[in-house]
Design a protein. Structure first.
Length: 257
């Protein structure tokens, strides 16, 4: 295999990719990366203005739609609109997520439910809507954004709803991969460590906590959004054509200890 042929395996020329939570952070970086390797990207985000601004900066290969992933009717309409406007769908990146970090004994049912609605039900709803399209056409891939907290009990601070829902995403990924493999659809997930984005702004305000994270991470630092986006690109690309049901930790060795 020549080098140019190997590199082509990481391109997404002509692919249509929907990215939830695409307005900022990992989602936006992934959209920028996908567009740079030939994909047409649709940024789906609760914040319409931020999504539109991100799409404008990416250029003509990007569009934006408002979406609350926790609302079934909105999800179904969004994916029907994508297929109607683009003619197809090839990739879903299930990135939208939220966290409410409180001690379990102080966590209200409403706050628990909000995290469940976005992090677990939202992933299911988007995967189901995309899966209807992908299984019918006999090809496509889904990459879910889980977390190392879905593979670990954590312990640095209480975050029960986040840890529980990300654990659900891990096994949802495996279950969908098995169910849809014969339909030509691959389903994988990335499990990032703490990523240097707005999502952990409150945590970054505590320098002692970040120092502890860095000390417990063999590589000694947080991940960057582009490092996670690179892993998502691998799993979404033809380079990973035989990979399904896999949870790829992007964690600087955190889980290897």
């Amino acid at each position: 295999m020549h080098a140019d042929e190997a590199l082509r395996a990481f391109r997404l020329d002509g692919a249509v990719a929907a990215i939830t939570g695409g307005a900022r952070g990992i989602g936006r970086t992934t959209a920028e990366l996908f567009a740079s390797v030939g994909a047409r990207v649709i940024l789906l985000d609760l914040n319409r203005e931020a999504a539109q601004e991100a799409a404008q900066k990416i250029g003509s290969s990007a569009t934006a739609h408002s979406l609350d992933v926790a609302k079934e009717s909105e999800v179904d309409v969004a994916f029907e609109t994508i297929v109607r406007q683009e003619g197809r769908l090839d990739i879903l990146v299930n990135n939208a997520g939220t966290a409410i970090r409180r001690p379990t004994t102080e966590l209200s049912l409403a706050d628990w439910q909000r995290v469940v609605d976005v992090n677990m039900t939202g992933v299911f709803l988007c995967a189901r809507a995309a899966g209807r399209v992908l299984t019918a056409q006999g090809s496509g891939t889904i990459v879910n954004v889980a977390s190392i907290m879905g593979l670990s009990g954590g312990g640095l601070y209480p975050n029960i709803s986040y840890q529980t829902t990300k654990g659900a995403v891990v096994n949802m990924t495996r279950a969908l991969a098995v169910e849809w493999a014969r339909n030509g659809v691959r389903v994988n997930a990335v499990a990032p460590t703490w990523v240097d984005t707005e999502f952990i702004a409150a945590l970054k305000a505590d320098p002692d906590l970040i120092a502890t994270v860095e000390r417990l991470t063999p590589m000694g630092r947080l991940a960057t959004p582009v490092e996670v986006a690179n892993a998502i690109l691998f799993l979404a690309s033809p380079a990973a054509s035989i990979v399904t049901g896999h949870i790829l930790a992007v964690d600087g060795g955190f889980l290897a200890q």
